[in-house]
Design a protein. Structure first.
Length: 505
């Protein structure tokens, strides 16, 4: 039940500037006891900066935070914890080799004296950790090693750790980003249960479908500015989209070549429980097909299923008209497919290897003779790709980890081009690269399409999808709910469709 009295937390005219970026500009809002406030905005809107300020991880340049009506300043995360503000970040901070109980009370283990030596009081540790889990209504083995738990169970431990500080305000930063749908439902129920105990909660999420189920109100940030706070029942998808986007977006004009008639890839009735539902589409030669949708809509699962990394329960995949009943990465690569993964550092590159090694690891047959690597041939092939993609590197022997994000992404693309791909699946290719590098990658993508390569392009930024694509399909809860030419798509309309709640499964 939301309290209508004095707000427990008040943010007043908070400002934060980083070199060249105004991250927050005069942001303010009130949060009451028992209220769940959704904090929304596109990437770069200022959500993470505000969370860091409220959690004590960084200091504002100006402005005041009031807790229980009293001005306060959080100089560190420990000072925020002590004041009654706990934060659960998207990236979990658990020690995998310690037990559930030890993680919940990490660094704050009760102690006792034995034979003149101070040791951890295991009994008290178990009791206090169990009390935190009891707040969630969850039963876990307190002595289980955290590294053996499932991701949803680890998320529960992370939240229990925050609750062990007995917070008045709990901040949840993308708490469902790594959870399957069944566990998402459970977590949302837990959040509502905590709110009913009187806890005030700030809930940050890109999964906008969750917001009506968990929040009482929502606050939208855009480019560091407060766009407003409204009751969640007044937040229609169209209204939220308008608040998040405004009218400032202008489509970057890129040269689009004519899409070929040949069908490179056909997906028919592809389904995977809780992730994909009867997905069908065609990809043509020279076409960039954009997949628009929110986090959790099934975009990544679709690409991984096509490439043979992720499973699917039913459906058919055809490559140039030929059915591929049991795809594997090796088989799909042999058929001319490539995948630039969402996490290029962990899955797309070997960071300790050189530029030329990374660019040629996908085509060993082109650089070897009787299992011997021909160094001169390897460097020639790598040099040609460096020139073709304008990869900025001091040497072919430079380690991939030394390159900028944009040049690392070009390495991933170049690696697949050296294997003569006909179909390129691109999952979040613009993540973590600057604006100038993005425009370079846009042009690379469009040039590949001009050469006849069929491309499926996935991005959390719908503007990027509309900019680079010829055609888009919109995924929502694993279903294709709309398809349209990219040049006829309206950004606000696409975001509203992606946020739509009632999708037939």
């Amino acid at each position: 039940m939301v309290s209508l009295g004095e707000p427990i937390l008040r943010v007043d005219k908070i400002n934060k500037t980083y070199p060249g970026v105004k991250a927050l500009c005069d942001v303010d809002f009130d949060l009451h006891t028992g209220e769940v406030r959704a904090l929304l905005g596109k990437n770069g809107a200022g959500k993470s900066t505000l969370v860091k300020i409220l959690s004590g991880a960084t200091l504002p340049d100006s402005g005041t935070i009031y807790l229980n009506g009293h001005p306060t300043a959080f100089n560190s995360p420990s000072s925020a914890f002590a004041a009654g503000v706990s934060t659960v970040y998207q990236e979990m901070s658990l020690i995998r080799g310690l037990t559930v109980a030890e993680n919940i009370l990490l660094g704050r283990w009760p102690r006792q004296h034995r034979l003149g030596v101070q040791v951890i009081d295991q009994k008290a540790t178990l009791e206090q950790a169990r009390a935190a889990l009891d707040m969630l209504g969850v039963a876990l083995d307190m002595r289980e090693i955290v590294g053996r738990l499932s991701v949803p169970e680890q998320q529960i431990v992370e939240i229990a750790k925050a609750l062990s500080f007995h917070p008045k305000v709990l901040i949840l930063d993308e708490p469902t980003s790594a959870l399957p749908q069944a566990e998402v439902d459970h977590l949302l129920a837990l959040v509502r249960r905590l709110a009913e105990t009187g806890m005030a909660i700030i809930y940050v999420s890109h999964r906008l479908q969750e917001i009506p189920r968990v929040a009482d109100s929502l606050t939208v940030l855009r480019d560091g500015h407060l766009m407003g706070t409204i009751p969640v029942k007044e937040g229609s998808p169209e209204r939220i989209a308008s608040m998040m986007i405004g009218s400032e977006w202008a489509r970057l004009e890129l040269e689009h070549s004519e899409v070929g008639k040949d069908v490179r890839l056909s997906v028919r009735h592809l389904s995977r429980r809780r992730h994909l539902n009867d997905v069908s589409f065609d990809l043509h030669a020279g076409e960039v097909l954009g997949l628009a949708g929110l986090l959790g809509s099934g975009r990544t699962e679709l690409l991984r299923a096509i490439f043979g990394i992720g499973p699917f329960d039913s459906g058919e995949i055809y490559v140039e008209g030929e059915l591929t009943p049991r795809p594997t990465p090796t088989l799909m690569k042999s058929k001319g497919l490539g995948l630039t993964p969402e996490d290029r550092k962990a899955e797309g590159l070997v960071l300790m290897l050189s530029v030329d090694d990374n660019l040629t690891m996908s085509c060993p047959e082109r650089i070897s003779w009787h299992q011997l690597i021909l160094t001169r041939k390897k460097r020639e092939i790598a040099r040609l790709m460096v020139e073709a993609l304008s990869i900025s590197t001091t040497s072919l022997e430079t380690q991939a980890r030394s390159l900028s994000g944009g040049n690392q992404q070009k390495l991933v693309i170049g690696k697949w081009l050296n294997s003569n791909v006909k179909i390129l699946l691109m999952d979040e290719p613009m993540r973590g690269i600057d604006i100038q590098a993005k425009e370079q990658v846009y042009k690379v993508v469009r040039n590949l399409a001009k050469q006849g390569i069929g491309i499926i392009f996935v991005s959390s930024e719908i503007e990027e999808v509309l900019t680079v694509s010829d055609r888009i399909i919109i995924l929502n809860q694993g279903c294709i709910i709309a398809e349209m030419p990219a040049n006829q798509a309206n950004l606000e309309q696409v975001l509203a469709l992606a946020m739509q709640e009632n999708v037939t499964q």
